[in-house]
Design a protein around this ligand. Sequence first.
Ligand code: NAD
Ligand code: DAU
Length: 352
Amino acid sequence: MKRSILITGGAGFIGSHVVRLFVRKYPDYRIVNLDKLTYAGNLANLSDIEQAPNYTFVRGDICDLELMRELFRRYAIDGVIHLAAESHVDRSIHDPFTFARTNVMGTLTLLQAAREAWENAWEGKLFYHISTDEVYGALPASGGLFSETTRYDPHSPYSASKASSDHFVRACHDTYGMPTVVTNCSNNYGPYQFPEKLIPLFINNIRHRRPLPVYGRGENVRDWLYVEDHARAIDLIFHRGHPGETYNIGGFNEWRNIDLVRLLVRTVDRMLGNPEGYSEELITFVTDRPGHDLRYAIDSSKLHRELGWEPSLQFEEGIERTVRWYLDHQEWMDNITSGEYEKYYEAMYGGR
Ligand code: NAD
Ligand code: DAU
């Protein structure tokens, strides 16, 4: 094997796209997917590659130092792509401790295992930490973009935990000389996203004619990037990024939530053969998310300038593909919303 890479959180949304890309593109790499299979982890996301000879799945918790040590030893890991995290802002408001445990302590545990395995032999190693634009806080509606030097200003327990993990990763670079890279990415969308997040939740609600709960007045702005474009950026940065660096990844694609929701309504209605405007009445303005950041927008020109990356997909095309995928994969969605996939884990792993 040319390389042996530990990908954490590979059964989740973005992680499953990264695992699939690496397993298919690099048959001479060993890809070890370590995932705890929390409510957000779903092995059905990887059913098309689970038999690949260069792929291994390990169920486990990044907070388990002994297990992390064992994985570095058993598989002679020389690269880490760390995606495992609690990822949903609304959940973090109700349960901040779980976020601190996994996102902060889990990342620190993984760093510790990497340091023990690699110290004094840093050459050819890389710890790549996947983070979010939410660490930068909020931008005014009037303009501005987050750059790699924007001061950290997290507002939710989720973004505070991710900010803390970013600092620990950089501290390991600066203190021990560990080769690390951090990337901060904007909102991802596409297949296999857990239906607590805006886009899959609303597509499914339109299909079932359920209310579409828009927080506040729907004026918050997010910068959306197709998940496969994120996975391509991760591949590029893993291989050609400079240790010690941070790269922002974004779509230069800002949408007010309400405009995005109207686009989803139009697209789903058209694909289901409903009359135009049929599902508009489902839009329901509800109490705003506490601490709701007004606007995120990423300047990813450094990544473009230094490594030549740019998003490949226009948003309208990405949304077409995404809506089509969810409508064509109703079983995947129904298994999650009915709890069916939990039974699968119970049978395989004795539950969660
Ligand atoms: P997700 O919630 O879909 O998946 C997270 C995965 O991590 C799940 O498979 C889960 O089982 C696993 N996991 C959780 N706790 C674990 C633990 N203690 N040990 C091992 N595995 C554990 O998340 P996602 O949306 O795919 O996000 C992946 C990463 O990308 C996260 O670090 C997130 O902060 C970051 N990110 C996400 C977005 C986005 O728009 N979704 C944007 C930028 C950055
Ligand atoms: O910016 C990157 C971040 O994007 C990632 O770090 C997070 O892991 C990811 O979950 C995402 O965070 P958001 O909070 O932006 O995503 P979410 O899909 O939850 O919400 C998108 C926007 O839609 C946000 O402004 C809140 C709003 N919203 C969301 C839901 C679930 C609603 O108005 N109603 C809803 O029901």
